[in-house]
Structures are given as C-alpha cells and as structure tokens.
Design a protein around this ligand. Structure first.
Ligand SMILES: [Mg+2]
Length: 239
C-alpha cells in the first residue's frame, strides 16, 4: 500500500475473494491494510463479483474477519444487477442464486417457465445437463440472459474451482446469444464504483487477484490495476 506508483491515486477499489480472504481465512496483512486506509481517511470500496452471499452477509463476513466495514463500502455486482433490473421496468426473472443472495432480489417478480430475464449467479454443484438444457430453451424462446459475471475459476481452500463463466459460455455457444455481463471486468461496473466515491477513474487503483477481471478490466476502464500474489494469482499466468 505504501508503494503505490507516483500517480495521483486518491482512492482504491479492493477485491474481496483472494485479496481480503480465502474461504474463511483472512489474507495476511489484509486487515491491517484496511486499517491503514481508515486511519488516513483514504476512500475505498470493496468491489466484488461474489454472488454466493447477500450484501449483508458479505458485510458480516468482513466483520468476523476483523474488518468492520459499513454497507456503503461494499460495492458488489448485486447492487449493479438490482439497478439494471429496475431499469427494465417490472421484468419477470429466473434467478440462479442460492437463498441468501436471492434475498437481495426479493422486490422482483419471478417466473420459472418463461421469464423475461435469466440472471445467472453461483449455484455451486446444482449445474447439470437438465438445467443447461432448460436455460438454453428459454433463451432460444426469447428470455434475456444476464450473467452476474463470467469468471473462469476461483480460489477455494481446496484449490481452484470452475466458476460460472463456463456455464454462461456454454449457454452462449448453444444459443448463439451473448449474455449481458454485469460485474468485473466491465468498465461500467468500475465506473459506478468510482463514481460512488466521488473520484475520477485516473485517481483510483483497483487491487485484485484476477489478472483479467480485476487488473485488465481496471486498466481498460482507465484506472491503475494492481495484482496481488494471493488468492487465484499464479506466477505463470501473470508472466
Ligand atoms: Mg478475487
């Protein structure tokens, strides 16, 4: 943190998974780095593509790990998806989410047969042929496909694990329809996170463990990208 390049960096976007914690274990130095920012009143947002937890559960997890973050300091893909769905009026939705994050979308109508919108998040091991087949048919019949993100893999306590991007790409391949992706690495996502701090993109650095979603995305959005060597970082990928 103390060795940021000599740019006019006034604020930070900080990834959660692989940067602040892996599983239920904080990454060494992460908590004290946040304390450093708070002490100096340097604004930051935890920017996360996490779809396995509601925003409130994410905040509580950070609290448990020793980071008493406030709601406004978490900028997740869930908030952006909420805004996007609201902008569509009153769409019927099929959410591929587990119960906890689903609670963040309780304001929207659901339809399991012919939804206006399919929202793809993390449902763990529930993915199978039948579900893929059902979703592909819905998309071919006109349902819009929204992917909360298109991550390839992520770091768990037991190694790398296939992420939802594989299934999103599968549906795209079958249907020939491209999903609308909401989270990192989209420039729009980073822009909204930066706006929430009242800063310019050139004044903000993004710190993450994903060279594409975090660092590449931030750079394309006109920000400084900083790759950490924790989480899913692998030297051979960064080389
Ligand atoms: Mg990460």
């Amino acid at each position: 943190m103390a060795q940021l390049p000599e740019k006019d960096i006034r604020g930070l976007l900080i990834d959660l998974d692989g940067v602040m914690y892996v599983g239920d274990h904080p990454v060494a130095g992460a908590v004290s780095a946040i304390e450093y920012l708070w002490e100096r009143a340097i604004p930051f947002r935890f920017t996360t593509n996490t779809t396995t937890k509601s925003l409130e559960s994410l905040r509580l997890k950070l609290n448990r790990l020793g980071v008493p973050a406030e709601s406004h300091e978490i900028f997740g893909v869930i908030q952006v998806a909420q805004s996007l769905l609201r902008s569509k009026g009153d769409p019927t939705c099929l959410f591929l989410l587990t119960e906890d994050p689903l609670s963040d979308f309780s304001e929207f109508r659901t339809d399991d047969e012919k939804p206006d919108v399919i929202v793809v998040g993390d449902i763990g091991k529930v993915w199978d042929y039948r579900l893929m087949n059902r979703l592909c048919r819905m998309v071919m019949n006109g349902s819009e496909l929204i992917a909360l993100h298109k991550g390839r893999y992520w770091q768990t306590e037991n190694g790398l694990r296939v992420d939802i991007g594989a299934f999103v790409a599968g549906i795209e391949y079958v249907t020939g329809v491209e999903a609308r992706v909401v989270g990192k690495p989209l420039a729009e996502f980073f822009g909204l996170a930066v706006d929430s701090m009242g800063l310019e993109r050139s004044q903000v650095a993004m710190i993450g463990d994903d060279i594409e979603s975090d660092v590449g995305g931030a750079q394309r959005a006109g920000m400084l990208g900083v790759l950490v060597k924790t989480g899913k970082y692998r030297a051979e990928i960064a080389a």
